[in-house]
Design a binder for this molecule. Structure first.
Ligand code: NAD
Length: 477
């Protein structure tokens, strides 16, 4: 993997001594490695993006939309290889890896549609109370943007940033995660294939040091970051040094609230989807189950039964429901939580161990009646580990759900839709699902309240995040 990065329209080799290694988590074996981009190469990428900016932002948005449609089309054509790579590098089951490709295609298609409407929305007249004045609104590209992403949904997270940024007329320097260093290369391949003007998209691979070089670079106009709160805080400090805008998509410890009027089997299905999809490595994992005490016993019995039937294994077997954790670091973190649970004397309903397999596999795990001050209840684990707690009233359920530093998402399960809507309104989060799996539509927003982040992605809000609003006002006299 020598020519692994994409700067100013050219494939280049990383010049840092630091190596980034892609592993197959089913085998705990490396299958590719590459040299990271050096800070000097990050500087080249930012300069290339700056140089490309005037021409790109000066194009009609409808013209930019043709490139976005090109990305969507080319992603579709590369579907099989993208699915295979995500299965190999992330350990995603085939249906999950396929869903990620579909999501990326939908994202580029959606923002192509918004870009096509942008020219007509440009220079919209503002109604003013003063007859002697006229004013109109310009929606301008914010400039050169740095995009830093994690490894859990690399294709999706990058598409959620890249598509609106390009639609708005921004030029981009994207830094993929060191855990999944290969998947975003597809965007460079496509850029080359569809003739995206050089410098509009730059991809600089590497680890934290490459991220630091990008987030502290003075030539960036905005940074959009998805990742952990620890890194988000560091990135926010560097944005503060330049007083420049920032979008942060951070962690979560989200709740699923299950009321006693629900269908128990259906509830179990949604609980499992909320904690076992992507082996629980989801910012939006509903890792805290709040269950009404009158149904706690039968619900937990069904949950245990269903989890013990879940097929965990290598995603090359299409029968598999859940794959491994994606990295050794994540495996160590989750198994350390099992140790902590043992030392805290938590009651383990099911799981709580690593599987006797060569890769980074763990069992789906449930701890019941977890004390509210336990680290397992409070901290994001990022694995298939569910903690439960009981409630007796709607008010208590809402209070328990909101008692968290995070506020990303929640799921409400109840046959009483009036109550479900009331609870949804009271929850301090960015997205609530009622009687649903975690269906994410590109038309709806994504982002968190409280410690889960700043700003929103997806929908028209995702586009606004890359636009700067300017008004031009003149006196008619
Ligand atoms: P991470 O913070 O370790 O890394 C994220 C990215 O930041 C990587 O590309 C990494 O190389 C880079 N980075 C690391 N140190 C940096 C620094 N000092 N300066 C700049 N960049 C740096 O996170 P991760 O382990 O890759 O991802 C898991 C986290 O991401 C979880 O907390 C999860 O909840 C969060 N996440 C949030 C969302 C969301 O939409 N809210 C989505 C996916 C993941």
């Amino acid at each position: 993997m020598s020519q692994s990065h994409f700067i100013d329209g050219q494939w280049v080799a990383g010049q840092s001594d630091h190596l980034v290694v892609a592993y197959d988590p089913c085998l705990a074996q490396p299958f590719a490695q590459l040299h990271s981009c050096s800070p000097a190469q990050v500087d080249q990428a930012v300069r290339a993006a700056r140089q490309a900016l005037p021409r790109w932002q000066g194009l009609n948005a409808a013209r930019r939309a043709t490139y976005l449609r090109g990305f969507a089309e080319q992603l579709k054509q590369r579907r099989d290889s993208l699915v295979a790579l995500q299965m190999q590098n992330n350990g995603k089951p085939r249906h999950e890896a396929s869903a990620d490709v579909d999501d990326a295609v939908a994202t580029f298609t959606y923002y192509a549609g918004l870009a096509e409407q942008l020219d007509a929305r440009q220079n919209a007249e503002v109604a003013l109370p003063a007859p002697g004045f006229r004013s109109h609104t310009r929606l301008e590209a914010i400039g050169v943007v740095g995009l830093i992403v994690p490894w859990n949904f690399p294709l999706v997270t990058s598409a959620w940033k890249l598509a609106p940024a390009l639609a708005a007329g921004c030029t981009v320097v994207l830094k993929p995660s060191e855990v999944t260093p290969l998947i975003e290369q597809v965007f460079a391949e496509i850029a080359h294939e569809i003739g995206l003007p050089q410098g509009v998209l730059n991809i600089v691979g590497g680890g934290a040091e490459t991220g630091v070089a990008l987030s502290t670079h003075p030539g960036i106009d905005k940074l959009s970051f998805t990742g952990s709160n620890k890194t988000g805080s560091a990135v926010m400090h560097s944005a503060a040094d330049y007083c420049r805008p920032l979008t942060l998509e951070l962690g979560g410890k989200s709740a699923i609230l299950v009321f006693d009027d629900c269908d128990l089997d259906q509830a179990v299905e949604w609980i499992i989807a909320g904690i076992c999809w992507n082996a629980g490595q989801m910012c939006s994992a509903t890792s805290r189950l709040l269950v009404q005490d009158s149904i706690a016993e039968p619900l937990l019995a069904r949950l245990k039964n269903a989890l013990e039937k879940l097929r965990v294994g290598n995603p090359l077997d299409d029968e598999v429901d859940m794959g491994p954790l994606s990295s050794e670091a994540q495996f160590s973190k989750v198994t350390a939580c099992f140790e902590l649970a043992r030392s805290e004397g938590l009651h383990c309903l099911t799981g709580g161990y690593a599987l006797q397999m060569p890769g980074w596999f763990v069992s789906p795990t449930v701890y019941t009646d977890v004390p509210l001050d336990s680290a397992l209840w409070r901290q994001e684990i990022f694995g298939p580990v569910l903690c439960t707690h009981r409630f007796s009233s709607e008010a208590q359920a809402v209070e328990l759900a909101n008692d968290s530093q995070y506020g990303l998402v929640a799921t409400v399960v109840s046959a009483d839709l009036t109550r479900a809507e009331r609870v949804a309104a009271a929850l301090e989060v960015g997205h609530v699902w009622i009687n649903s799996i975690q269906a994410v539509f590109v038309e709806t927003s994504w982002g968190g309240s409280k410690g889960s982040g700043i700003g929103r992605e997806l929908g028209p809000w995702g586009l606004s995040a890359y636009q700067s609003v300017k008004h031009v006002t003149r006196c008619l006299d």
